[in-house]
Structures are given as C-alpha cells and as structure tokens.
Design a binder for this molecule. Structure first.
Ligand code: GTP
Ligand code: MG
Length: 628
C-alpha cells in the first residue's frame, strides 16, 4: 500500500525503514553509525565498546528515511555474553519492544576478512535482506590489500559497498546503495555448518582478495608489539606512560587554572557589585554560587588533560595490549583479563565502566568486576584529590625529576588499583570459585588518533563537566546554602550563625562519629551533598567555609584556607576516604540496575564505606602518631 502512495503523490510521504548495523567487534559500526546519523556515540580502538543498542535516524533521500540501530559487536549468533545477546535477540526479532530490522548492514573490517567473512556467512542464515559495508578500506589500501568488490558481491549474492567510516564522505556509496536497494529480497543462506563456512571463506579469500608483497603497516605493528608485549620492556613503558600522565595533569594544568581563577574573580566582583553586602542574596551569590561553583570549575583543565591521554590511549590500540600485559597479574587477583577494559573505563567514570562489564561472559567474573569498579579513581575524584594535594603536599622535586604532588596523585590512583585487586582476590576466595578463563582478545591494528576526533572527544568531556557544574553541583550548592542559612540564628545567639542552621547541627552531630578519623564538622556537612557526586564535596566545603565567616573566600581560595585550618592527618585521612567511599549515588544505582539486585547494591555500599572508614582511621591515627 505504501508503494502506490509513494508512486502517485508528487510530495510523496517520507518512508521509514529500519536497518541494523551488525558485525564483529571493532570493525567500525559505531563510527559508521555516527557518520550516518550525526550521533556522538563512543568509538574506540578495542573490542566491546558498544554494549547496548543505540538508535539514530538518517535521511537517505526525499522519499526515504532510515532508522538505524547500532548493535554491540559479536563473533557469532551464539551469544556468550550479555552484550552479544542483545545483538542476537534484535536480529531474531526477539528483543522486547523492537521489531526485527528490515535490512541488515553487515559491517566488515577489510583488513581482517578471514574472521569477518565467517560471521557474514553466518548472518545469511537469518534469511533477511542484507548489504555488506566493506569498511576500513583506507587501512586495507595502506596495507596493500585489494578486495574485488564486484566479484565478492557476485559470489555471495549480496550487494557489497566500500566505506571509510572515519572520512566525511566515507559512506556515500552506502547511501546510494540504500536509495536503490530492493528491500524485499531475502539473502540466500550459504553454509549452515562451521566446517563448510571455513572452506567457503578460504575460497572467497583466494578468489577475491589479494595482498601485495610489502605488508609495511602490519610489519610495523609486529615490531611495536614485540616491544610493548614483552614483559620487561612492555611493563616499563606502561609504567612510564602512566607516570607521565599524572605529572602532566599537575604541571600542564597550572597556568590554565590560574587563568580560570582570574576570570572567576572578575566575574564574581562584577556580579556581586550591585548587591548589598549583608543581604541574603549577596550571601547566596557570593558564598553559595561563586564560592561553590568556582572552586569546582577550576579543575576543568586537569580533567581535560587526563581525558586527552585517555582518548589517545583508546584510539591508538594500546589498551588491549596493556590488558594482555596485565592479564597474569589480574588473573592471580581473581579477575579475568576481560575485566581490564571495564576497569579502565572506570577511570573516567564508574558508570560506563560497570556497563562495559556486559562483555564478560561468566556471571561471577562479571559480578566481581562490577563490585570493584568503583575503586578505580574516576575523574570526579580529581577535584578532591588535587585540592587536598595542592594544599598539603609541598611543591618540590623528588629525585630531581618528579614533582612530589604528581607522585602523591599517582600513589592515590595506585591505592585504588591495588585495593581492587585485593578485594577481587578475597571475593574469588570467598566464592570458592576455581573457574579459569583464558583471555581471548583481539589485538587491533595501531592507529594514529585523528585530531578532529580528539578535539570532539574533549569538547564532549568539557560539556559533560560543565553540565554537571551547571546542573547537579549548582542545585546542590543552592540547597546547601539554604540548609546552612535556615533556621537563622536569633539576635541574641552568640555562636556562628551556621551552627544554628540545620546543616550546622547535622554537621556537629556527625562530627562525633567521624572524630576518630579526624573529620571536622565542616567536612561532615560536605560529605552529605557529596553523596550525589564527589566534586560536590569540594563546592560544599567552599560554601560551608564561606558561610562560617571566611570573608575572603571566593573561587580558588579554599585550598589556602584549609591548609591553614586543617591538620595534615585530617587531609590525609580525607584523601584515604575518597579512595574507597562510594560517594556517588548514580554508581550505586547502576550497580543495582546491572545486577538487578538491591542486595548487591547494598553490599557494595556497605563494604566500600566500611573500607573507607577503616582506611581513614588507620591513616589518621598513624599519621597523627608519626607527625607529633
Ligand atoms: N582507518 C579507519 N579506521 C576506522 C574506520 N572505521 C572505524 N575506524 C576506527 O576503528 C575503531 C573501532 O571503531 P568503532 O566504531 O568503535 O567499532 P565498533 O564496530 O563499533 O566496535 P564495538 O562497538 O566494540 O563492536 C576506532 O578506532 C575507529 O576510529 C575506517 O573506515 N578507517
Ligand atoms: Mg560500537
């Protein structure tokens, strides 16, 4: 019926077709999806980046619009992990609330056809209309691989188009094909069993793919692998890279942070100038918004520098190599090598990290990884760490080479990693789980990160951070200001006004519980809104101090102020607290969602808080003893 309509009407209605991008991991499905739909889904150079279905739209022509699904990569339709199960279910039309796609675009990595053709043959079993997108044609060309597109297409009876998902016009052939595609011809099934598929692939490769003699690119990859995968040189290089990153976070950021501070100071004085000094509005703007947000905003450069390195590492293809290198160590700790990528993603934020565990097959391995992911140092801890480090750790060189502040930051990250390994070890032991899984992980080709993609990735990160500052941190700062202001103290009250407020009383009450670990009442207040997000602890401290009468406190002054008011053991104890404490409700919510269990979430919260208190207690008591 839609046929007659579209042929008769001049302004023929836009038809919408549903297509799905399917293929082995890391072949460029998401890159293609982003190119076609203008989305900004995460693309990275390792397997298992996409773990859930994503939907987007693309207008192919005046008459045709397509709804595109990006699916997690899969090696076969016999799913072995939760993310592959999504792909299988969508393709079979068994995914809840999702009609079976009308057309499958099988995306292939032209440099790795052996593997990818096998999956394509398996996909023909579905008997659905299909197109093959021969992706990464640029890399193939560089490696001297030529694919006889027409011959392959004829042999398979499936349209094949070349794509380069990372080039602006890299999908134009695909769009043309979609425009002229006959959507109703089901693909003929090729081989049903593994054995004949294997032979068929061999035959296809023999007939339609040629390699020129000089494999320059691959040879270079092999040489690099020999260096990076070697236990001795590889480990030293890994350690050097990590160390360099932490040094850079401190030293590169300093001038940028000063610039932001100056800007906030100017903005602050302009905004507060027309307000009467003793009005509630002045207090809210000055002590609440400017002190609170300013003290968090100045950490933007450090966060971007950290992400710059994370993005470069992700795109370069180095990460799976590091996973390979650390596999033995992780294995001894009771983690599977597959946990590496989820744990590494947790350095940005535990939420995508926990979601990435969907690529882990064994449910017990997956659970342990989920439970230790919050121990990885997420970027929201950076403001807390650097505030305290800058205030309490002297700026001096160690061994004439390293900046002591960078060394302490490195140590904090290391403490997180080490405790994750220890916790995983204990859990595996408690579960009496003796299962072992070999790490089967493809090593992707090395790739020089694209500057435009890097810039875009950083913009995205900056916007996430700024939205946090303008959203959750802003609202909580205002809320905290209210709780610190009301009820207001009666005229004959002799103490500080904040002591009379709800927050003040709560802080003084909690301080009794936290006294053994050295937290004063201001810290106790800050920890409460800090449950929503870790950076909020910083903005909250700034607001609390500003409200308790520190007139000078704007933007950046929090560090100076606490360095005068707190003892070193208190600062160290708070650092230890933030290594462990699950000060992030969204992480707890994601643990509940991903494990579908309130009990697991409760357990995670309990064990992390218990560890935090214990660690802070030890750090505070020991450092008090040592420093007195
Ligand atoms: N040179 C080149 N690189 C590409 C091309 N398409 C994608 N890439 C890169 O290949 C890597 C993998 O891309 P993704 O889009 O994340 O792959 P995916 O298939 O979605 O991977 P999963 O979600 O893990 O299944 C990234 O580093 C991309 O930048 C291409 O046509 N040419
Ligand atoms: Mg993907």
């Amino acid at each position: 019926m839609s046929n007659t309509l579209s042929h008769t009407a001049v302004d023929s209605p836009l038809e919408t077709r549903r297509i799905a991008l399917v293929g082995n991991p890391n072949c460029g499905k998401t890159a293609l999806f982003n190119l076609l739909t203008g989305s900004k889904q995460k693309v990275a150079n390792y397997a298992g980046v996409t773990v859930e279905r994503k939907e987007g739209r693309c207008k192919v022509s005046e008459q045709l619009s397509v709804q595109i699904l990006d699916l997690p990569g899969a090696y076969s339709l016999d799913a072995t992990s939760p993310d592959e199960a999504v792909t299988r279910d969508v393709l079979h039309g068994q995914y809840q609330g999702e009609a079976q796609p009308e057309l499958i675009i099988c995306v292939m990595d032209a440099t790795n056809l052996d593997l990818h053709l096998r999956f394509a043959l398996e996909l023909t079993e579905l008997g659905r209309p299909m197109i093959i997108a021969m992706n990464m044609m640029d890399s193939a060309q560089r490696q001297g691989i030529t694919v006889d597109i027409e011959g392959l297409s004829a042999a398979l009876g499936i349209p094949v188009v070349e794509t380069v998902a990372v080039h602006r016009h890299g999908a134009s052939d695909l769009l043309k094909q979609l425009q002229h595609n006959n959507w109703s011809i089901p693909t003929q099934t090729h081989d049903r069993d593994l054995e004949s598929r294997y032979h068929h692939v061999k035959q296809l490769l023999n007939n339609h793919v040629t390699h020129s003699d000089q494999h320059r690119s691959r040879g270079f990859d092999d040489q690099l692998d020999a260096l990076l995968l070697n236990p001795l040189t590889g480990m030293s290089i890994l350690a050097t890279i990590l160390f360099f990153i932490f040094q850079a976070v401190f030293s590169w950021a300093a001038p940028l942070m000063e610039g932001i501070t100056a800007a906030i100071d100017i903005l602050g004085s302009v905004v507060t100038a027309p307000l009467a000094k003793d009005s509630a509005l002045f207090s809210m703007v000055n002590d609440g918004i400017i002190a609170g947000l300013g003290n968090v905003l100045i950490f933007l450069p450090q966060i971007l520098i950290l992400f710059f390195f994370i993005l470069v590492l992700e795109e370069s293809g180095y990460l799976p190599r590091a996973a390979y290198l650390l596999d033995k160590l992780m294995f001894r700790a009771g983690l599977t090598g597959r946990a590496f990528i989820p744990l590494l993603s947790s350095f940005a934020c535990a939420i995508p990290g926990i979601m990435a565990t969907r690529s882990i097959q064994d449910p017990r391995d997956r659970l342990i990884t989920i439970l230790v992911a919050p121990l990885m140092t997420c970027s929201a801890r950076l403001p807390v760490y650097t505030l305290l480090i800058a205030a309490f750790i002297p700026r001096q060189q160690v061994a004439g080479l390293f900046n002591l502040q960078g060394v302490v930051l490195f140590a904090l990250y290391f403490a997180g990693i080490l405790s994750a390994l220890l916790v995983a070890y204990v859990m595996k032991w408690l579960q009496k789980d003796k299962s072992e899984h070999a790490l089967l992980m493809e090593l992707p080709a090395y790739r020089i990160p694209n500057i435009r993609d890097l810039a875009m990735g950083l913009m995205q990160r900056a916007s996430i951070f700024l939205r946090r500052v303008g959203g959750i941190i802003f609202s909580l700062t205002i809320l905290l200001w209210v709780f610190c202001t009301f009820p207001s103290a009666p005229a004959d009250y002799t103490g500080a006004a904040i002591d009379y407020s709800i927050a003040g009383r709560l802080g003084h009450g909690l301080a009794i519980i936290f006294a053994p670990i050295g937290f004063n009442w201001q810290i106790c207040i800050a920890l409460i809104p800090g449950m929503a997000a870790r950076e909020v602890a910083v903005s909250a401290l700034a607001t609390v101090y500003a409200m308790s009468g520190s007139d000078e406190l704007v933007s950046h002054k929090l560090g100076e102020l606490i360095s005068q008011q707190w003892s070193v053991p208190t600062a160290l104890s708070l650092l230890a607290w933030f290594v462990f404490a699950p000060q992030c409700l969204s992480t707890l919510a994601v643990i509940r969602r991903e494990t579908n269990s309130w009990r697991t979430m409760g357990f995670a919260a309990f064990y992390l808080f218990a560890l935090a208190y214990l660690a802070s207690l030890i750090v505070f008591q020991v450092s008090t003893l040592l420093l007195n």
